[in-house]
Write a protein that binds this ligand. Structure first.
Ligand SMILES: NC(=O)c1ccc[n+]([C@@H]2O[C@H](COP(=O)([O-])OP(=O)(O)OC[C@H]3O[C@@H](n4cnc5c(N)ncnc54)[C@H](O)[C@@H]3O)[C@@H](O)[C@H]2O)c1
Length: 374
């Protein structure tokens, strides 16, 4: 453990440096003076994602970063520099961060195999917890962290932030309102044009859980929100075609999900798209009895009207991560349940586990089989 209190404190409001700081004043990085009501935040894991979330929370009012933890010294120092105004304490052992008293909320953005263990430790300490997705990568871990969320005093939010912004949030609300009739089928894809991230853990399925748990849980979360609940059956085919990894990981798969009650999903996921081909990215098309929604295209199509196209609401505007963390702090203050919560996080992981098992065993797997693995 080390203490970086030597980093200079830069507060611009109400200080002599206000002159000449018009640009800084306009920036959301300008922070008000400390208040006893500030939510004191800690971070475990400040690599790519953690650093992005750290920058987002540093823009939220009434929030201070009091502690940072990472086993990678240069990532830790980069993060400390970014929030030096707050003089965070620095740790290399996450349990020491949890023992640190000046903390109300902890953000976790470490490799996926550490999520359940670290999330449980934070929840048991009584702090609010924002845990990056996936909530866990095995059924046993998922049961353990879900149980901890049910006993926790603090708020638990999971990092599936798409639910917080347009077009996903208003599109989901339109569909679940029943305005387009009953949703029947989702046709969806995600194509990545680049290589697997070479960060040392992603390409090891023991640490990442493989691509369906590390990445596709974002889409599984949308499917569950649109269709309600989790699938009853899954079938999948795929493999590794284009690249090596520490152990076999999927760089292409196709997945069929049966939610029962005539509700199905067809989804493809790949890391084989050629750069610039134009099919990079992801989308979900939702077909309902009275219309359809092209979620990314931001369009709603009505079956029975002449002028049948309508825009999905652009609200809430803004970056989905910023919206998600701002809402996390609102929930911390009000005690309300986040939109991306333990139930939605658990449901998304269950779909990932069904997908992974269906791929591994080359057959249709049922929800009951996967639940029984806990
Ligand atoms: N919600 C999203 O859109 C989104 C996007 C990207 C990544 N993620 C998730 O965020 C998490 C991190 O991904 P990343 O891309 O930032 O990876 P990364 O490798 O860039 O960062 C992970 C960080 O965790 C640190 N770490 C590893 N073990 C640790 C330990 N025991 N204690 C403290 N720190 C430790 C590493 O040193 C590193 O700095 C993953 O779970 C990933 O799935 C979410």
């Amino acid at each position: 453990m080390s203490d970086h209190t030597s980093i200079s404190r830069r507060r611009f409001l109400g200080t002599g440096v206000a002159a000449g700081s018009a640009v800084l004043m306009a920036s959301q990085h300008v922070r008000a003076a400390d208040s006893p009501d500030d939510i004191r935040c800690g971070f475990i894991g400040v690599g790519g994602r953690g650093f992005g979330v750290l920058n987002a929370i540093h823009k939220s009012p009434g929030v201070r970063v009091t502690a940072l933890c990472d086993i990678n010294r240069s990532n830790l120092e980069r993060a400390a520099k970014a929030v030096s105004d707050d003089k965070p304490r620095l740790f290399e052992n996450y349990r020491e961060l949890i023992d640190f008293k000046e903390l109300d909320a902890v953000f976790i953005a470490t490799p996926c195999n550490l999520h359940a263990e670290m999330g449980i430790a934070v929840l048991e300490s009584g702090r609010h917890c924002y845990l990056e997705k996936p909530m866990a990568i095995t059924m046993a871990e998922l049961n353990a962290i879900y149980a901890a969320t049910q006993k926790a005093k603090g708020i638990f939010q999971i990092g599936t932030q798409l639910r917080y912004g347009s077009p996903w949030r208003p599109a989901i609300e339109t569909i679940t309102s029943g305005k387009l009739g009953k949703p029947i089928m989702i046709r969806a894809y995600r194509n990545n044009a680049g290589d697997f991230p070479r960060n040392g853990w992603f390409e090891d399925p023991v640490q990442s859980g493989d691509v369906m748990l590390e990445q596709a849980v974002h889409e599984f979360d949308i499917f569950n929100a649109v269709l309600g609940g989790v699938p009853k059956r899954a079938a999948a085919f795929g493999g590794q075609a284009m690249r090596a990894s520490k152990a076999p990981m999927h760089d292409f798969f196709t997945l069929s999900l049966d939610y029962g009650d005539k509700k199905v999903v067809g989804y493809t996921h790949s890391w084989i798209a050629v750069p610039n081909i134009g099919c990079d990215g992801f989308n979900e098309f939702v077909y309902c009895t009275n219309g359809a929604v092209d979620i990314h295209g931001g369009k709603i199509y009505h079956r029975q009207s002449k002028d049948n196209k309508e825009d999905v609401s652009p609200e809430p505007k803004g970056d989905t991560t910023q919206l998600a963390v701002d809402d996390f702090f609102r929930c911390c203050r009000s005690g309300s349940k986040p939109l991306a919560n333990a139930d939605s996080g658990r449901a998304a992981v269950i779909v990932g586990l069904m997908c992974r098992k269906a791929l591994a065993e080359g057959r249709v797997v049922t929800l009951e089989e996967v639940l029984a693995e806990g």
